[in-house]
Design a protein around this ligand. Structure first.
Ligand code: PBG
Length: 324
């Protein structure tokens, strides 16, 4: 196996040859497009920390969803920014909540587009944490009930898949139970299984207005230093009934994506989070990188690491590029 018998460059000489031996491919089918739904009408408000992303009211979300579907993107994931926040996240499970309204309106216009919902309380609580609080502590078990209610209300509104992102223990089972006992046994769960407590979520918190008013999320999200613990989290979620497991963030957690893919037979999703997106945007704006090339390289790398699907704010740009 040595030079000059072996010359890897032989297979790199033309575009056709490079294509023939390419190990990984990327297609619009792989993409899931995150959208932020807010109350009101005709709203399309720029998110300054995430250039190209907007908070949109239901009417505009429907338009954006149609565009995404036309570009060949099979799925969106919805995040809600409610009109009122309170300690029990009431609008998270209100039948009239922004996400519930958006689901119905999108289903009306683009029924084939897969609607995933983010199931979490942080966008709906007045303190910005992902669970119920007592004496400064985020309570696990009382939160489960609210998450289950939220997931059920999304399913009732017509969501195709629900995605718990809160990192409370036992949430997948709690959601599975309530869905099954309410006639929604066919609704899959995509669980944010290995979700790390990451500074890469910074821009998202402006987008979703969900910055915790005190402390941080380290008592429920994972420690970025831990690799084996991801296996434990994923195992638990699968045991509780998860259908797809997610690793989040993605860019500096490629080892986790790869481990999860190797160890489990379920589809693996990677979340290319807000900070990863904004860094590319900022560097491109400064003229330091070629935005399209870097974006495509990053997305391809997630596939190479083992992701079967990618949640990304680049979805529209990437789909356009792939359709060229
Ligand atoms: C809600 C949630 C967050 C993200 C997705 N769902 C924020 C957080 O956990 O603080 C982050 C997404 C991103 O940064 O793009 N819990």
């Amino acid at each position: 196996m040595a030079f000059p018998i072996h010359r890897p460059r032989r297979l790199r000489t033309t575009d056709a040859l490079r294509k023939m031996v390419r190990e990984t491919t990327l297609s619009p089918d792989d993409l899931i497009y995150p959208l932020f739904v807010t109350f009101g009408k005709g709203v399309k408000k720029k998110i300054s920390s995430m250039p190209g992303c907007f908070q949109m009211s239901v009417d505009n979300i429907v338009k954006e969803s149609e565009k995404a579907y036309k570009l060949g993107i099979p799925a969106i994931i919805l995040f809600g920014i409610p009109e009122h926040k309170d300690s029990r996240a009431s609008e998270a499970y209100s039948p009239k909540g922004v996400v519930q309204q958006a689901i119905k309106a999108i289903k009306n216009k683009v029924p084939e587009l897969i609607i995933i919902t983010d199931v979490c309380l942080c966008e709906y609580t007045d303190h910005g944490h992902c669970g119920i609080i007592k004496k400064g502590k985020i309570l696990n078990d009382p939160t489960l009930e609210l998450l289950a209610k939220e997931a059920l209300s999304h399913a009732k509104a017509g969501a195709d898949i629900v995605g718990p992102s809160d990192m409370m223990d036992g949430r997948v089972a709690a959601i599975r139970n309530v869905l099954d006992s309410s006639g929604y046994e066919e609704i899959p769960i995509i669980s944010y299984a290995a979700k790390y407590s990451s500074a890469f979520y910074g821009p998202f918190r402006e987008a979703a207005e969900s910055t915790p008013s005190f402390g941080d999320r380290r008592s429920y999200q994972m420690d970025p230093a831990n690799r084996r613990e991801a296996m434990k989290e994923v195992t638990l979620d699968i045991d509780e009934g998860a259908d797809i497991v997610m690793v989040k963030p993605a860019l500096s957690y490629m080892d986790i994506i790869s481990d999860v893919k190797e160890s489990f037979d379920l589809p693996v999703a990677a979340y290319n989070v807000s900070g990863e997106y904004s860094m590319v945007k900022a560097a491109a704006k400064a003229g330091w990188i070629d935005e399209t090339k870097v974006m495509m390289e990053i997305l391809m790398s997630f596939k190479r690491a083992g992701a079967d699907m990618i949640l990304t704010y680049h979805a529209m740009d990437a789909a356009e590029e792939l359709n060229k």
